[in-house]
Design a protein around this ligand. Structure first.
Ligand code: 4IP
Ligand code: ADP
Ligand code: MG
Ligand code: MG
Length: 324
C-alpha cells in the first residue's frame, strides 16, 4: 500500500486547524471523534533522542487533528499484544529487534511496517548503501548521477596505500567507517591527503574520492512520493596547491548537520542552484523501488565547475530534521 493511501481517509481534516495537545482535548471530545471516524494508529519504537526531535507536542497535536494517533510501543511486551496498529514506525538497532519486526510482519501483513528491517539493514553498510545508485547509472537530459569512486578496506592498514594505488584512486580520500549504524563512531570521518598517511587509518572502512563541490551539499528527503530538498554547508574544496603542500589524515566533525543550513546563505548561484527537480524525482522513484524504502534521505553534491554532474555520497534511513 502507498504511504499516501494509508492516510488518505484523513483528508477531510482542516489543515489550518490549530493543533491541540492531549490535555486540551477533552476525553469526551476524543471519544466522539473516535466514534465518528477511524483513527490511523501509528505505533512507534524510537530512541529517546529521536522521540525528542521527531515527536514534538505540536506535531503530535497536528497529527491528531488529522486523525493520526502516535502510540509508544512497549519493548518489554510482545508486539502482537499491543495496538492494533495501522503503521509501525521504527528506528532502533539490534538483531533481536529486527527479528521481532520480521516475525510481526509475517503474522500481521495488514500492518505497514515503516520500513522493512532487511531493507534498512542495506543502508548500514557504506558499500551496499550506494550500490543501487551505481547500478542505476542515471543519465538524463537534466544531468547524470553517480557515486564517487570508492574502495573497501576490511583489515590491515599497512596494505591500504597499495590497494589505493592498484585501484587508481586519486587523493585526497574521504575515509568513512564501513558500518553506518547511527553510532557516534560510524560518523567519525577523516580526510587523507597523502599516500604515506593512509596506514594511519583504521579499517574496516570505505575510502572514497573527495569530490570538490563548492562547500555546499543538498539533502533530499524522501517520504513516500513526496520530496523536499535543502542546502547544507559541507567540506570546502581542496585545491591542487593545498594538496601539494598538506600531508596527514584529518578527522572532521559533523559538517553538514541540521545547524549547518545554507538555505539562507549568500552563495555563488552556480553552487547554490538546486539539482533539477525532474532528475531528483526520477532518482527518488528508482531508489524507493530498488531499496524497498519509503522514508529516507540522500546527500548529493554537484561537482564544482560542472552544471549537471552529481554524486550521491550518503543515504540515511528516517533522518532528522526536515520541514516539509
Ligand atoms: O548521516 P547524516 O547525513 O549526518 O544525517 C543524519 C543521520 O540521518 C542521523 O541518523 P543516524 O545517526 O542514524 O545515521 C540523524 O540522527 P537521528 O535519526 O538520530 O535524529 C541525523 O539527524 P539530526 O541529528 O536531526 O541532524 C541526520 O542529520
Ligand atoms: N566523496 C566526498 N566528497 C566530498 N565531500 C564528502 C564526500 N563524502 C563525504 N563528504 C563530506 O563529509 C560529510 C559526511 O559524509 P557522509 O558520507 O554524509 O557521512 P555521515 O553519514 O556521517 O553523514 C558530508 O556531509 C560531506 O560534507
Ligand atoms: Mg551524511
Ligand atoms: Mg549518514
Amino acid at each position: 500500500m502507498r504511504l499516501e493511501e494509508e492516510f488518505s481517509h484523513c483528508d477531510n481534516y482542516d489543515e489550518e486547524e490549530e493543533p491541540k495537545t492531549m490535555s486540551q482535548c477533552s476525553i469526551g471530545a476524543l471519544q466522539q471523534q473516535q466514534q465518528q471516524q477511524k483513527f490511523v494508529v501509528v505505533g512507534y519504537a524510537l530512541t529517546s533522542k529521536k522521540i525528542k526531535s521527531f515527536l514534538q507536542p505540536k506535531f503530535e497535536g497536528l497529527a491528531r487533528n488529522k486523525g493520526i494517533l502516535f502510540v509508544a510501543i512497549d519493548q518489554n511486551r510482545p508486539l502482537s499484544d499491543q495496538g492494533p496498529f495501522d503503521i509501525v514506525l521504527h528506528k532502533l538497532t539490534g538483531k533481536e529487534w529486527r527479528q521481532i519486526l520480521e516475525d510481526y510482519r509475517q503474522t500481521h501483513p495488514e500492518v505497514t511496517v515503516l520500513d522493512p528491517p532487511d531493507a534498512i539493514q542495506h543502508l548500514h553498510n557504506r558499500q551496499s548503501m550506494l550500490q543501487c545508485v551505481a547500478d542505476m547509472n542515471l543519465s538524463t537530459s537534466y544531468g547524470r548521477v553517480g557515486v564517487p569512486r570508492q574502495l573497501v578496506i576490511k583489515k590491515d592498514a599497512s596494505s591500504i596505500a597499495d590497494a589505493v594505488d592498484k585501484a587508481g584512486l586519486i587523493l585526497p580520500l574521504v575515509a568513512k567507517p564501513l558500518v553506518a549504524d547511527g553510532s557516534a563512531k560510524s560518523h567519525e570521518l577523516s580526510l587523507a591527503y597523502d599516500q604515506y598517511s593512509l596506514q594511519k587509518l583504521e579499517p574496516p572502512l570505505v575510502l572514497q574520492e573527495f569530490v570538490n563541490h563548492g562547500g555546499v551539499l543538498f539533502k533530499v528527503y524522501i517520504v513516500g512520493e513526496a520530496i523536499k530538498v535543502v542546502r547544507r554547508f559541507s567540506l570546502p574544496d581542496v585545491t591542487k596547491r593545498e594538496l601539494s603542500k598538506v600531508t596527514g589524515v584529518f578527522r572532521f566533525p559533523r559538517v553538514s548537520c541540521a545547524a549547518a543550513s545554507a538555505d539562507d546563505a549568500d552563495l555563488d548561484p552556480s553552487v547554490a542552484e538546486l539539482p533539477p527537480r525532474p532528475l531528483l524525482e526520477r532518482l527518488a522513484k528508482e531508489l524507493r523501488w530498488r531499496l524497498g524504502l519509503r522514508l529516507f534521505n540522500l546527500d548529493i553534491i554537484r561537482e564544482h565547475g560542472t552544471r549537471d554532474h552529481f554524486y550521491v555520497i550518503d543515504i540515511n534511513y528516517f533522518p532528522g530534521k526536515c520541514h516539509f
